[in-house]
Design a protein around this ligand. Structure first.
Ligand code: FAD
Length: 471
């Protein structure tokens, strides 16, 4: 690999963006002796630590615990009050460290990674400007994450709507709340704030979690309706207005309208590439990378995590970061790069084994391809489904347990391409499916992986039986 001459560069590697992904790129490179620095414009730890994964899951957990208790005679009777919103917010504040990054900065220091505060932009090959300074490095990794992508609805920009940052850091419960967007963030926050006492309306153009199996959105819509949430599928907002009394009104294309104290816009995100100076190095804003996260057409620039648009999930970005950090170190030190599929320096799983969990109630845990995606990709597809409520372990877990599981099988190779589980406390089930997909374990061999009785995992046995009996 051609790089800037080692002696002339300030660093071997500069990572722009100190979120979970940037931290891991730098760490995995530094562990192999690479001199690394991170440039961070806000808080070390990124969106995930302060305004996304951690606070959202902390806000959800207490409501889930109350609902779980209410599904069990004996426990139900012990739940005599509502959630204590102040206590929920206080626990959330602990998980965000009060929006202070001292702990993460101390960790960078212990890992021997320099921190440069400020916004970084490329000003040439291996040249990163931060404020007045221009730093040089033999390789640069972009790990700048993603930013909200609000729809162009008249009045929305002036309506002082909440984004995911505002709702995950909220310290009050609005009496009523409208959610724009039926993706993971909007749906999770509908459960969280409904449990906290808000009257919620979800406006979604398509089915909830529309990229998953169709039964996912149906089960979530039923569960939200049972919570008293007004779920409007096919809703197309035409105009938003913040009235003088502070309420927000949304007019819909079908002529109806909704009013609430607050509006959350959670309609997806786009890679944070604007203002990064990509034009200065001859790269377009839509980044395309190989499996070591090297940006196409370059031999020194990497893009890792949300910014490359491959999978907007912390765990998958950190997986890319482990591969990229090690690949960068190997290239800079003249070591061997193991770029063959499933090699140490590539993120092969991005292509067909990405696990995804929505911490809704029921939870949604899926990995790999949905049936629709598998068919679109031309696989020879066979599917099996099973009602999770009929699994002994699930019915013991909660009265009236509602859920569903599905496997998408490549019948020519007899291996799993995708799996989806919907139900209370199924999040951890998905890892078994991830292992089966990555290991390409044949269905006949999976037959010998016996789930314990009586656990929710017994759904695996039911799915395998259904697969056998379907021939
Ligand atoms: C509400 C919500 C909940 C989520 N929940 C989950 C979840 O439960 N599980 C999960 O896996 N994923 C979840 N995600 C997705 C997850 O947050 C992202 O996939 C993850 O944060 C991506 O990590 P990253 O390091 O690529 O980017 P980020 O975490 O966005 O970090 C990027 C960092 O780069 C910095 N930066 C940007 N531009 C510059 C610049 N020019 N110079 C210097 N610094 C810069 C930013 O300040 C930031 O600190 C959630 C997302 C949202 C919005």
């Amino acid at each position: 690999m051609t790089t800037n001459a080692p002696d002339e560069a300030d660093y071997d590697l500069i990572v722009i963006g100190g979120g979970p992904v940037g931290e891991n790129v730098a760490d995995f490179a530094a562990k192999s002796g690479v001199r690394a620095a991170i440039v961070e414009g806000e808080l070390v730890g990124g969106e995930c630590s302060y305004w996304a994964c951690m606070p959202s899951k902390a806000l959800l957990r207490s409501g889930h615990a109350i609902r779980a208790a209410r599904r069990l005679p004996g426990a139900r009777e012990a739940v005599t009050g509502d959630l204590d919103a102040a206590a929920v917010f206080a626990r959330r504040d602990e998980f965000t460290s009060g929006w202070r990054d001292d702990g993460q900065v101390a960790w960078l220091d212990s890992a021997g990674i320099d921190l440069i505060r400020g916004r970084g932009r490329l000003v040439g090959r291996g040249r990163v400007q931060v404020g007045e300074r221009v730093l040089t490095a033999r390789a640069v990794a972009l790990a700048t994450g993603s930013v909200p992508n609000p729809p162009a609805v008249p009045g929305l920009a002036e309506s002082r709507a909440w984004g995911t940052r505002e709702i995950t850091s909220a310290d009050r419960v609005p009496r009523s709340l409208i959610m724009f967007g039926g993706g993971v963030a909007g749906t999770e926050m509908a459960f969280a704030f409904s449990a906290l006492g808000s009257r919620i309306t979800v406006l979604s153009r398509g089915p909830l979690l529309g990229r998953e199996e169709p039964f996912v959105g149906e089960l979530l819509a039923d569960a939200l309706a049972a919570e008293g949430v007004d779920v409007r599928i096919g809703a197309v907002p035409e105009r938003v207005e913040r009235a003088a009394d502070g309420a927000v009104a949304v007019e819909l294309a079908d002529g109806t309208s909704v009013r609430a104290d607050e509006l959350l816009v959670a309609t997806g995100r786009r890679p944070a590439t604007r203002g990064l100076g990509l034009d200065a190095v001859g790269v377009g804003e839509e980044l395309s990378v190989d499996d070591t996260m090297l940006v196409d057409g370059t031999d020194w620039l990497y893009a890792v995590g949300d910014v490359n648009g491959r999978a907007l999930l912390t765990h998958q970005g950190k997986y890319q970061a482990r591969a990229a950090g090690a690949a960068i170190a190997a290239r800079l030190t003249g070591g061997a790069v193991r770029a063959e599929p499933w090699g140490a320096h590539v993120a092969t799983a991005d292509h067909g084994a990405v696990p995804r969990v929505a911490f809704t109630d029921p939870e949604v845990a899926a990995v790999g391809l949905t049936e629709a995606k598998a068919r679109e990709a031309g696989h020879d597809v066979k599917t099996v489904e099973f009602d999770l409520g009929s699994v002994a372990g699930a019915s013991l877990h909660a009265d009236g347990y509602t859920g569903r599981a599905k496997l998408v099988v490549d019948s020519s190779r007899d291996v799993i391409l995708g799996a989806t589980f919907v139900g209370q406390d199924v999040a951890d089930l998905v890892h078994s499916a991830t292992v089966a997909i990555v290991g390409e374990v044949a269905m006949d061999r999976l037959w010998h992986a016996v789930p314990s009785y009586p656990t929710i995992s017994e759904v695996w046995l039911r799915l395998l039986e259904a697969h056998r009996s379907a021939g």
